[in-house]
Ligand binder design. Structure first.
Ligand code: NCD
Length: 315
């Protein structure tokens, strides 16, 4: 590869390369592949981790990105609108492409429910659900439990009330599961259209003040308008009935921390006075999300799962 100094800085066509340069590249690629290249190292040797987000995100995407950087990895951000997705390429094919490119793990967000089912037994690469439709958001639940326990290490046996749009929230599904597993009692509270008809092992109520009297931790959910499809009365005055303000919190005989996964609709789930107060735990959740996601990535990359990479179905 004696022609590195004359190598073009812009490669727009094969016409830009001489046969000598092409042969040099072929030889260098072979050496890198066979690990006998002792040239200048490129970047870190940490894992390459992709995000494949088909729904908007600020906290989850950036928190994963920062976690990857702090672990010494590289973040490959899949840009849906400029990818082969717009040419009809499927997620399965994208994952197999990632796998062939040496990506170790992919974090995904979609509006499709049960998105991960086809990959459970033989994933092309390791996968993390960053939110699938109204189904689950497991990493949010993990960081929430971490933050609850940081606030109160004796949270086991106490009660958390989830307020708001329970039925359309993937955050609530994962959170209810993790709280039940850990042994924190759950009350679900909201207008009838936003409450499940029944839910095993949790209490349901439409009356916020009764719930508040029994609760140790309050967890507010954004109203998921994008998932309502006319199932919720648009005229409902949510803030009057279920909104959290400082007078409502200060009349209670104990201090109740207020958690929220974000983004917050200020003036709907809570007032800006609550957001600015020390009742509000949302920024702690954001901070802790980095540590929890670093831990998760580390744990997943260290596993010895021999099924990873065995996925072989075009169907
Ligand atoms: C949540 C989501 O996207 O599910 N946000 C988040 O990840 N922090 C909650 C929401 O959008 O309401």
């Amino acid at each position: 590869m004696g022609k590195l100094t004359t190598f073009p800085s812009v490669l727009s066509s094969i016409d830009d390369l001489s046969l000598d340069q092409i042969e040099g590249l072929l030889s260098l690629a072979r050496k890198i592949k066979n690990k006998d290249y002792l040239g200048i190292p490129f970047g870190t040797t940490g894992p390459i981790i992709a995000t494949y987000f088909l729904e908007p995100s600020t906290r989850t995407m950036h928190s994963f990105s920062i976690a990857i950087h702090k672990l010494g990895g590289k973040h490959l951000r899949f840009e849906a609108n400029s990818s082969s997705l717009v040419k009809g390429e499927t997620f399965k094919e994208t994952l197999r492409t990632f796998a062939s490119q040496g990506v170790s793990l992919c974090i995904t967000r979609t509006s499709e429910n049960d998105f991960f089912e086809p990959y459970k037994d033989a994933p092309p690469i390791r996968l993390i659900n960053g939110g699938d439709g109204t189904c689950e958001h497991p990493t949010q639940a993990l960081l929430d439990l971490f933050t609850i326990l940081e606030y109160d290490k004796n949270a086991r046996g106490k009660t958390l009330t989830l307020v708001g749009d329970i039925t359309h929230s993937r955050v609530s599904n994962s959170l209810i599961k993790i709280l039940k597993k850990y042994g924190i009692k759950v009350i679900l509270c909201g207008p009838v259209e936003m409450l499940p008809k029944e839910a095993e092992g949790v209490d349901l109520t439409q009356d916020l003040d009764t719930a508040l009297d029994k609760t140790d931790f309050l967890y507010l959910l954004r109203i998921q308008k994008e998932r309502h499809a006319n199932t919720v009365d648009g005229a409902i005055d949510f803030h009057t009935l279920y909104g959290i303000n400082l007078p409502r919190l200060s009349r209670l005989n104990k201090k109740i921390p207020v958690f929220h996964p974000g983004p917050v609709n200020i003036g709907v789930e809570l007032t800006h006075e609550v957001l600015d107060s020390d009742y509000y735990m949302g920024y702690k959740q954001v901070e802790n999300s980095i540590y929890m996601r670093m831990a998760l990535i580390k744990a997943m990359l260290k596993n010895k799962d021999t099924n990873v990479g065995t996925f072989k179905s075009f169907s």
